[in-house]
Design a protein around this ligand. Structure first.
Ligand code: GLN
Length: 309
């Protein structure tokens, strides 16, 4: 029986919060460095519309790498599976998310998976539309529908801060352009990618998006299939194999919940057939995952037997 009350969640947050001091806020995107390392919040969304939560749930976070799993779903719907997977692979790398190392050793030079930066840049490149604006608003519309929140927008400051400093991502783009995996202007792609990563929401919205993935792409509250079942399945599989960067194996063993993290300290979780989870805890471990967020998921998974394995 999963966690049923906000009171139960509060106790788990209290316990996990002790670990925030073991992590550090990401500051390679300068604007993210302003987050409070002590923050920790969680929301769980059930398919019957119930939502329980604990911590400072009004705080907003930018999605960062969490956006990668959503843009993947969107592009799979836009372009179809074979087009997408001709340009990005399906295998975990075991490397940090921003690593450039494997690209040069692969032939063809397509990125190994859509959850590392190289792969996510290719995915963003594949978003259809007439302009960066149009492509961004199409993706944003999809995210608003998943969260059932038309007020979701993006944080201009964080987007600009990343755009101005994203030289490693620029290098990845130029490498991919040299190999014709991407064909558009690199600055335009970075503009779109950094806006995508800066899409901002609270953990209630995040938990609701997790619930849609958990329910195979269907919004159980209005009966609408927002993404095809196969797309949701593929996304959840990537969440298991590569969602927590090069800590995904250990996370699968210890916790066993499809999840995707971001350097802002967010974690999106989808317990198949049961519920969605949104977590915000900006203090990160050395691999870039929310240190207290992982602890919280570990407690939840153990206490309520949530591992899918
Ligand atoms: N791991 C992350 O969340 C990385 C996302 C970030 N926008 C980047 O590209 O560096």
């Amino acid at each position: 029986m999963p966690c049923q009350t906000s009171g139960e969640l509060k106790l788990l947050v209290k316990e996990a919060k002790r670990y925030t001091k073991d992590g550090k806020v990401a500051d390679y995107i300068p604007e993210l460095g302003r987050a409070n390392p002590d923050d920790l919040s969680i929301a769980i969304h059930y398919p019957d519309g119930r939502c329980i939560s604990a911590g400072d749930i009004d705080k907003k976070i930018t999605l960062q790498s969490i956006s990668k799993v959503i843009s993947l779903a969107f592009v799979l719907m836009d372009r179809g599976f074979s087009y997408v997977f001709e340009r990005v692979g399906m295998e975990p790398t075991g490397d940090p998310f921003n690593s450039i190392a494997k690209l040069e050793t692969m032939a063809p030079a397509k990125p190994l998976n859509p959850m590392i930066n190289a792969g996510a840049l290719v995915v963003t490149h594949m978003i259809n539309g007439d302009s960066v604006e149009d492509r961004f608003h199409r993706l944003l519309g999809f995210i608003r529908e998943l969260a059932d929140d038309p007020a979701i927008g993006y944080c201009e400051k964080v987007a600009r801060s990343e755009y101005e400093t994203a030289n490693l991502n620029r290098a990845l783009c130029y490498f991919l352009k040299q190999h014709q995996i991407i064909t558009e202007d690199v600055e335009e792609l970075l503009d779109l990618y950094t806006k995508q990563c800066a899409i901002e929401m609270n953990c209630l919205d995040l938990g609701r998006i997790g619930m849609i993935f958990a329910m195979d792409g269907r919004d159980p509250l209005n009966g609408k299939q927002i993404m095809p079942e196969d797309v949701a399945r593929i996304c959840k599989t990537f969440m298991v194999t590569c969602g927590m960067y090069n800590a995904s194996g250990e996370f699968a063993i210890k916790i066993g919940i499809p999840a995707k993290s971001g350097v802002s300290g967010g974690i999106l979780g989808a317990v198949p057939g049961k519920f969605g989870i949104g977590i915000f805890g900006p203090a990160l471990d050395e691999k870039g995952n929310s240190v207290a967020g992982i602890k919280l998921l570990e407690l939840l998974s153990k206490n309520y037997k949530l591992s899918m394995f």
